[in-house]
Write a protein that binds this ligand. Sequence first.
Ligand code: AMP
Length: 503
Amino acid sequence: MSNHLFDAFRAGVRPEAPFIETEAGQVWTYGDMFKLSARLAATLVKLNVQPGDRVAVQVEKSPEALMLYLACVRAGAIYLPLNTAYTLAELEYFIGDAEPRLVVSTPEAKKGLQPIASVKGAVVETLDDKGGGSLMALAASEAEDFDDVPRGPNDLAAILYTSGTTGRSKGAMLSHDNLLSNAATLREFWRFSSADRLIHALPIFHTHGLFVASNVIMLAGASMYFLPKFDAYRVLALMPRATVMMGVPTFYVRLIQSSELTRETTANMRLFISGSAPLLAETHRRFEVMTGHRILERYGMTETNMNTSNPYDGERVAGTVGFPLPGVLLRVTEPDSVKPVADGETGMIEVKGPNVFKGYWRMPEKTASEFRIDGFFITGDLGMIDERGYLHIVGRDKDLVITGGYNIYPKEIESEIDQLPGVLESAVFGVPHPDFGEGVTAVVVCKDGAALEEKDVLSALYDRLARYKQPKRVLFVAELPRNTMGKVRKNTLREIYADIYQN
Ligand code: AMP
């Protein structure tokens, strides 16, 4: 048996072709990728990582970090990337749940992580943003060839944690073929070739930067400019040498604020792709006026990879996410009866196809409740298909807040706030924010006689929650609006505070 995913990467590339160029101008060829991923795969084996073991990774973005993902694929391990913003309290849950054999952290985080990992019998090694650290030191003495561990299409390649509505994160299990089939579809659909050079300014712990961007590039044998994070100035400077950019809507909001964004600057670019959160139709139009390019918006999620895309050749309609990708079945249903709704009506988006994940890690009941008996996955997104067949994302059933491309479930933030002395209850929701798409906003009801201020709540949350999850505003109310069933009316809150971030 072959290694389903890595064999496909191997087949698509020439060893001498460039793969990654860093900000410092360092170029990694595909040959370099083969060598380092082999050395790291051998290191994993030495560290007793067996096929099917999890390798949890919380490190800064670097080419070496991407090689570690590939090393896991080659060694038959399950790659488990973690957001660099997660605090120790959050990491404790992920490590406890996933029970990795190995945890790879930054050198600074090792001390805090060690006791948490030890309880679960995991070893901690380090990788820094310059490609140093204890893991790399071990890899230095390994051979540049490695016999890839055989893996079939249904073997797991990765687990990516999503947020949980009940506050508990769920690990989405993604197989070799979930990743490969989707990357192959996107390569064809978006016309990637070895001549492409992608501007990669996304994080690599999330499906967008890790799988959509990197897997597609490797399958095409193309190359990418790796930026540690988005910076409009740097991205604009790269455009004359690049051909494609993948971004979250925030990137585009920032770019259109620059007078450097012109037809000339973007003349070499063939494609701008947006996803992970809704792109405002206004941003789409402004971008076109400034550059002549129509941004191609697509829709996907951690559990499903990419589901829909606006067309490459046909009309890219602002405010829509296009049509189901080849091989993806999509329907919009009445959530209770599961009957498809008529075009133009809103319902639950459900999808089925080789892209759809294998279930939530160690949560068989949760998994079963999110799939229909005919195999369709209930996305939790509400959508509408218009008369031309374009899908519109109408809202999120689960009250997810998306800020700067990251998902936040209000319940997790509410649980933290509710624990603070003097707090009776709270409600967290998202409202439009010019920079982040949505701003996390909290309303708090104090206990009788308690006098809390916004800064008290914010400082108490500082060490408890990743930065991006922290509310941008905390407001105080006498009581929460509720319906007759006692549920908090989040829509009402969103309406009341709709303009809070608009100047
Ligand atoms: P994640 O699992 O972090 O990739 O988040 C997936 C969620 O992001 C989806 O379920 C949607 O709610 C949202 N999403 C992704 N792409 C889009 C888009 N183009 N427009 C609106 N929402 C989107």
